[in-house]
Design a protein around this ligand. Structure first.
Ligand code: SAM
Length: 278
């Protein structure tokens, strides 16, 4: 997988020799940053956009099966990266930036006319504060976030190696209410083996839904799996885990549930070390 188009600041194109057979050195990913957070079924990308500035040094990826929705998230990220580029690094901003505007009047020589200089200084200082606040939100420039169109239920291990991820998210996944459709749910015993494979020991799997039946289903399967251990939600909320807070409130579905004053259920599980691998 060539990640350089997704994260040009962090990954370079792997070089493939002319004979087409990558040597160990040419296919090496040493020195390249790797994706650590995966939002499976990311929808319109709200979680990624919320987390990107909070973890500016962590690469995160949304996986979405719908083409148009993936394109939307892609365009959203491109636009956010462009906005960031419009704001130069504050360290480069000179003190002149907050100097009041002065002008010279023709015929009066070089005498500066600084009418309402105080007001102008205040206005510019306020503008600068607003810029700073915006810059805070844009921290990292969204260079650490990307999206891919993929069927995560089929191709997850094609994108990540063993133990690569520190967080995986299943937020408001499709409920597939009918019993005959339950096997299409994103959390099943078979798929949990894949999620455990790409998640490193200590990594966390976050699930959030507004469908109680689906919550019970996900909890049941995760509780049964030998490589996942339940983390009490209250524990994470008491510790103000910013990731859980974002997972519950920043996705588009999560916001919709909030607007409709609906209930949400969260279940978080830690990937434990495989006793057979110790
Ligand atoms: N997580 C987002 C949120 O909370 O706003 C979206 C939730 S939406 C109900 C479920 C999303 O999962 C949809 O955008 C759907 O296209 C996507 N999805 C369903 N099955 C998928 C799969 N196998 N691989 C990737 N995405 C999938």
């Amino acid at each position: 997988m060539d990640w350089s188009p997704h994260y040009p600041d962090y990954c370079s194109t792997p070089s493939i020799p002319v004979d087409g057979n990558p040597t160990e050195a040419s296919s090496s990913t040493a020195g390249q940053k790797k994706v650590e957070f995966a939002d499976v079924g990311c929808g319109f990308g709200g979680l990624l956009i919320a987390l990107a500035p909070q973890f500016p040094d962590t690469l995160m990826l949304g996986m979405e099966i719908r083409v148009s929705v993936t394109q939307y998230v892609h365009d959203r990220i491109v636009a956010l990266r462009q906005i960031q580029d419009m704001f130069p690094d504050s360290s480069e901003e000179s003190a002149e930036a907050v100097e009041p505007a002065t002008s010279t009047v023709e015929g009066v020589g070089a005498t500066p006319v600084a009418e309402n200089a105080e007001e102008e200084t205040e206005r510019l200082a306020e503008e600068r504060e607003n810029e700073k606040a915006l810059k805070g939100k844009l921290d990292g420039g969204f260079k650490n976030v990307s999206v891919i169109r993929a069927n995560a239920m089929k191709h997850l291990p094609n994108f990540f190696e063993k133990g690569q991820l520190s967080k995986i998210f299943f937020l408001f996944p499709d409920p597939h209410f009918k019993r005959s459709k339950h096997k299409a749910r994103i959390v099943t015993t078979t798929l949990l083996a894949e999620y455990a494979y790409v998640l490193r020991p200590g990594g966390i799997c976050y699930t959030v839904t507004d469908v109680k039946d689906l919550h019970d289903w996900m909890m049941h399967h995760l509780n049964l799996h030998p490589l996942f251990e339940y983390i009490p939600t209250e524990e994470l909320l008491a510790a103000k885990d910013p990731v859980l807070l974002a997972a519950m409130t920043s996705t588009e579905e999560g916001m919709k549930v909030e607007r409709n004053k609906g209930s949400k259920w969260a279940g978080c599980f830690r990937r434990i070390e495989d006793p057979l691998e110790k």
